[in-house]
Ligand binder design. Structure first.
Ligand SMILES: Nc1ncnc2c1ncn2[C@@H]1O[C@H](COP(=O)(O)OP(=O)(O)OP(=O)(O)O)[C@@H](O)[C@H]1O
Ligand SMILES: [Mg+2]
Length: 231
């Protein structure tokens, strides 16, 4: 489903060039649950931004389901994102002035076959919370709301960049269980970046980045359930 060929990404700031990705090749199969690990600065977020059509590589090709997203202009990429992908970031991308229901409605916007608000709420365990505001939720509930917003359009791929980085273990497990069950129930391909080594056990595949290279890319033959791992 996701193909990366000779992907190089450099950032230029004045005279300084940083090579964030130095030649990445990989194939991520449909319905995978990919865990991406690697030290700070190794290129994880850069890679996620390229696979999610948020940014373009300096060289190489990125394709998703045979659509070459690295050759799309910004308008086409934005249509591609609306149609095919959802994002969840560390600092919950929810809007505080909108209720739970209104936040999820934002995610339905322009989708051809969105889930109902009720189904999205049920999927993340927030049924009955429609009229609450984000400040009336716990950190874990807020993160589950941002997942509901990302999945209500039924994306093919859910990209998560340290989604549990600001949560304690119990809340992090709640959020990860929701993500794992989306992968199982809807077959959503999930790409999840984390610093937490323990999470290597829950993915179907594990990618390790090191200084802009893939250090290893392995398949887990028996992924564990979230409730069976300790952080
Ligand atoms: N917009 C940018 N402009 C310039 N350099 C950047 C930019 N974004 C990232 N970089 C550099 O590219 C390299 C890879 O950054 P990236 O954000 O992909 O790392 P990461 O693996 O996600 O790290 P972390 O775990 O700290 O989030 C780093 O050296 C970073 O400083
Ligand atoms: Mg990062």
């Amino acid at each position: 489903m996701i193909d990366l060929r000779g992907v190089i990404k450099s950032y230029k700031q004045g005279d300084v060039t940083t090579q964030a990705l130095r030649g990445v090749d990989a194939h991520i199969p449909k319905q995978s649950f990919l865990i991406v690990l690697g030290p700070s600065g190794s290129g994880k977020s850069t890679l996620l931004n390229l696979m999610g059509a948020l940014d373009l590589p300096t060289e190489g090709t990125v394709s998703v389901n045979d659509a070459i997203i690295s050759e799309m202009g910004s308008k086409t990429r934005s249509q591609f994102r609306r149609k095919h992908v959802g994002f969840v970031f560390q600092d919950y991308n929810v809007l505080n002035t909108l209720s739970v229901k209104e936040n999820i409605e934002l995610g339905q916007y322009l989708s051809k076959r969105p889930m109902s608000i009720d189904e999205a709420l049920r999927a993340v365990g927030l049924s009955g919370y429609e009229t609450r505001y984000p400040y009336e939720l716990s950190g874990g509930e807020r993160q589950r709301l941002s997942i509901a917003r990302a999945i209500v359009k039924r994306p093919d791929i859910l990209f998560c960049d340290e989604p549990t980085g600001s949560l304690d273990e119990t809340l992090a497990k709640d959020v990860l269980s929701v993500i794992q069950s989306l992968n199982e129930t809807y077959g959503t391909t999930v790409i999840l970046i984390t610093h937490n080594e323990a999470l290597r056990h829950i993915g179907s595949h594990v990618m390790r980045l090191k200084s802009g290279h893939i250090d290893s890319f392995t398949k887990n033959h028996e992924p564990k359930s979230i409730k069976d791992i300790t952080f």
